[in-house]
Write a protein that binds this ligand. Structure first.
Ligand code: AMP
Ligand code: TRP
Length: 344
């Protein structure tokens, strides 16, 4: 078996309104992983344009996600923070992988079906092939672990299938060019903990999302303490007291969601949180959740504000990150070209 260097890769789209789901499902884990792993964190601007974006808004969002990465505590000197469009090899590898992946595989992607809706003939081809670009992002760095929310699980499985098919299809050439049995590692999704799928505060059956028209459905990174408090106090609940056992959350999506948020924010299990609040009223629990959410999120919001006022610093971080990302990407892309049989 080929041994691969352990490397973490993940990405967030610069499409506005970073929210608690992004934080608990992904970004908070990025911070943890930097203690033990070499990490590459990307602002995936090529993905953003799969749906229409205003250039000015896109520019601001790229800087905002960068500021969020730094504000949560990712160290841009020890790890790599960069935006995807600045490393040309992402698009280049995506082309090669377009020729490895099968149409049938893409046709199974549920997120495409959701995003395209009834307008399937009219969405961009980019939206359709987006999971292949995502596979290219990961494989370009030969990443071994990918922290993401539950909604990205299927895309990660596709990335593994693509890596495996490339390794098989080009097996002989991989060996002949001195890369052993396999060129790409099969990236492992890291989807764990009590908040891998944070739900809307207005409807516990819908995912918390950037694109929900109701701002009360989500807690944004940029919300101040009063806004966070209001949103939690107005969050939908049911009339029953909180259960003491986890089984009691079964048919209660709103209760399950709020308990999951609390647990993730405090790094506890849901069962443990129910030990504290089980049998009590939502109002008491909500007060505690407001205090916890404000304590965790307000420092991030104020640090983001400070960073966003200094776009020269943000741009320096991105330029430095892109230069370091490019080094890894360029070496791997040269190897891919060689394996595939391109002359140069
Ligand atoms: P996106 O904003 O779509 O680029 O997502 C960035 C990261 O946040 C991905 O890893 C998603 O899986 C994760 N994410 C987005 N929404 C949620 C949610 N409601 N709950 C948990 N994770 C989420
Ligand atoms: N598709 C991911 C999302 O919408 C973002 C993403 C793009 C990504 N490339 C990636 C996540 C590579 C992890 C690894 O959330």
């Amino acid at each position: 078996m080929t041994q691969f260097v352990q490397r973490v890769f993940s990405g967030v789209q610069p499409t506005g309104n970073l929210h608690l789901g992004n934080y608990l499902g992904a970004i908070a884990k990025f911070v943890e992983l930097q203690k033990t792993h070499e990490c590459v964190y990307c602002i995936v601007d090529l993905h953003a344009i799969t749906v229409p974006q205003k250039p000015e808004t896109l520019r601001a969002s790229i800087r905002e996600v960068t500021a969020a990465y730094i504000a949560v505590g990712i160290d841009p000197k020890k790890h790599i923070i960069f935006n995807q469009s600045q490393v040309a090899e992402h698009a280049e590898l995506a082309w090669v992988l377009n020729c490895v992946a099968r149409v049938g595989w893409l046709n199974r992607m549920t997120q495409f079906k959701e995003k395209a809706g009834k307008d399937r003939e009219n969405v961009s081809i980019g939206l359709y092939v987006y999971p292949i670009l995502m596979a290219a992002d990961i494989l370009l760095y030969k990443a071994t672990q990918v922290p993401v929310g539950e909604d990205q699980k299927q895309h990660l499985e596709l990335a593994r299938d693509i890596a495996q098919k490339f390794n098989l299809d080009y097996g002989e050439s991989i060996a002949a060019t001195g890369h052993g049995e396999a060129f790409f590692p099969l990236p492992e999704p890291l989807i764990q903990g009590p908040a891998t799928r944070v739900m809307s505060l207005r409807d516990g059956t819908k995912k918390m999302s950037k694109s929900d028209p109701s701002d009360y459905s989500r807690i944004n990174f940029t919300d101040d303490a009063d806004t966070i408090a209001q949103k939690i106090r107005k969050a939908k609940t049911d009339p029953e007291p909180l259960p003491s056992e986890i089984e009691g959350l079964g048919n209660r999506p709103e209760a399950d969601n709020l308990i999951g948020i609390y647990a993730a924010l405090e790094n506890r299990s849901k069962a443990d949180v129910l030990q504290t609040f089980g049998g009590g009223q939502f109002s008491t629990f909500k007060n505690a959740l407001v205090d916890l959410a404000v304590a965790k999120l307000e420092p991030i919001a104020s640090e983001m504000k400070r960073l966003c006022a200094d776009s020269a610093y943000i741009d320096d971080v991105l330029a430095d990150g892109a230069a370091r990302a490019r080094e890894i990407a360029a070496a791997n892309m040269i190897a891919v070209k060689n394996i595939v049989g391109f002359v140069g």
